[in-house]
Design a protein around this ligand. Structure first.
Ligand code: FAD
Length: 450
């Protein structure tokens, strides 16, 4: 086992009378390239105890809605099947993460979980380590290079992250072996909710059902992610550098919902790409800059900045500069409701919002334009920040993710430098509709969604 990803969160020791090794899955919802699962099997073989994987679903989570729950459930059904095919019992239970882990943990030998960089989920793990009577391990499954190997502090710029990452990336791309379980645990008699279709489970959840599901555009699951990856490698990656930013073209990988739910591993994506292309290829460099550098910098940002999802978390220079311009006259002011329904004067912005409402995923370039305009059309940048987080987390399949908070913060000056001072934005970088018209066939994008 490569133990660089594994951290012991407490010093309670294993429970000799424990009946199983418990892996509480949360961030890493897959069978393949799952170092937390492999670590559980490794302990199981060493200590002669079977593995039990548990996945808890709650309707008590703040943002719960049927759009992304459906996507997650589609993935879980397939992951459960694949893990059980390896002879490992997989339970799905309706419970909160902490409560479920503690309850099943009472009969466990030791507990393993995966790492999550967001405040709420991080606290679940800290509380689990504190409240459990046995050892709790955390495995860093969702990044190519574990955060502490890059820095123990917040890294303010992507070029600094890239520099450190480039030295380490190759050594971390090699450690994904599968271990054969010596004990078959599938016969264990424990209560589990078994469902064949996501609808069966959605029915029993008291969640927001007003946000339409988007299975027409995105179906959840590792196999679907791998299909998209294959298509991306074959058809889009050779043009990625030049076309990825163009909203009128479809040259992004569209993997973000799958990465968000841990249905595909970023390391697997990179390894598959490097089987076909040279690391030095300009398109590969450009893609790795997004999927490794920016994605992992976003995790570093959330881990080290407790205000990552708040206006208070942006850099001091940006906040001061934005606030100097709070009394500047805004050309338009919109309510949250008008914004939510895409009812502004700006057809480009409305098209982006409609893309989000309809498909569950807005194009990357439009996300920047979209959040920047909120600064221009609300009374205070704090309102703009809150609206951006609310809409992003509610409608994006990949929302509620470090990338979202880092992306929104970038629009408010994080990871960026001061620009020439102007109205409303101060020294924070501005984006205009003229820029969209100059760079892209933006009318084509509008026609698609309006
Ligand atoms: P690709 O171009 O194919 O990139 C591959 C992967 O690289 C992505 O799946 C993602 O994991 C990573 N990536 C790409 N761009 C970025 C970036 N700027 N920062 C960090 N990682 C990146 N991404 C989310 O995953 N969830 C969000 O909620 C989210 N909200 C955003 C909000 C704003 C205002 C902005 C400016 C960006 C946001 N992003 C978010 C980042 C980026 O827009 C999306 O990751 C990207 O559009 C996803 O599409 P893709 O998978 O086709 O991207």
């Amino acid at each position: 086992m490569n133990d660089k990803r594994i951290k012991l969160l407490n010093k309670k020791g294993f429970s000799e009378k424990g009946k199983y090794i418990l892996y509480c899955m949360e961030a890493c919802q897959r069978e393949d390239y799952n170092p937390a699962l492999e670590f559980a099997i490794h302990l199981s073989n060493n200590y002669k105890k079977p593995v039990l994987v548990a996945f808890f679903i709650t309707d008590k989570y703040r943002f719960s809605n049927q759009r992304y729950y459906r996507f997650m459930l589609e993935g879980i059904i397939k992951t459960k099947k694949k893990i059980e095919e390896r002879g490992v019992k997989f339970l799905v239970q309706k419970d909160k993460f902490l409560e479920g882990c503690l309850r099943l943990g009472k009969d466990a030998f030791g507990i393993i979980t995966d790492k999550n960089y967001l405040k709420t989920q991080r606290k679940w793990r800290e509380d689990l380590a504190l409240m459990s009577e046995i050892s709790v391990f955390e495995v860093e499954t969702e990044v190519v290079v574990p955060l502490d190997y890059i820095s123990s502090k917040a890294v303010p710029y992507s070029y600094l992250y890239r520099k450190k990452l480039e030295k380490l990336i190759h050594s971390f791309l090699r450690d994904y072996e599968k271990i054969e379980p010596e004990f078959n645990s599938t016969g264990m008699d424990l209560e589990s909710i078994d469902f064949e279709k996501p609808e069966d489970y959605l029915k029993i959840l008291n969640i927001d059902k007003t946000v339409p599901t988007v299975e027409k555009y995105y179906t959840g699951g590792s196999e679907e992610a791998e299909k998209r990856l294959k298509e991306f490698i074959e058809k889009k990656l050779p043009y990625y550098k030049d076309y990825r930013s163009d909203p009128s073209k479809d040259y992004q990988s569209n993997l973000s919902p799958y990465l968000h739910f841990g249905q595909i591993s970023p390391a697997k994506v990179v390894n598959e790409i490097l089987k076909e292309y040279d690391y030095e290829d300009a398109n590969i460099k450009s893609f790795l800059n997004e999927i490794v550098v920016w994605r992992e910098l976003a995790r570093n940002f959330c881990w080290h900045n407790p205000n990552y999802n708040q206006y208070e978390g942006i850099p001091k220079w940006a906040k001061e500069s934005l606030e100097k311009h709070v009394s500047d006259k805004r050309p338009y002011l919109y309510t949250l409701e008008e914004l939510e329904h895409g009812l502004t004067h700006d057809k480009y912005w409305n098209a982006a919002q409609k893309e989000l409402l309809e498909t569950g995923k807005m194009h990357n370039y439009m996300r920047m334009y979209w959040a920047k305009k909120l600064i221009e059309w609300t009374d205070h940048p704090k309102t703009a920040f809150d609206y951006a987080c609310y809409l992003n987390d509610k409608y994006e399949l990949d929302g509620r993710d470090p990338n979202g908070y880092a992306g929104i913060s970038w629009c408010f000056g994080s990871f960026d430098r001061p620009w020439q001072e102007r109205k409303i934005f101060g020294k924070v970088r501005y984006m205009s509709d003229k820029g969209l018209e100059r760079k892209f066939n933006i009318k084509k994008y509008v026609e698609k969604y309006l």
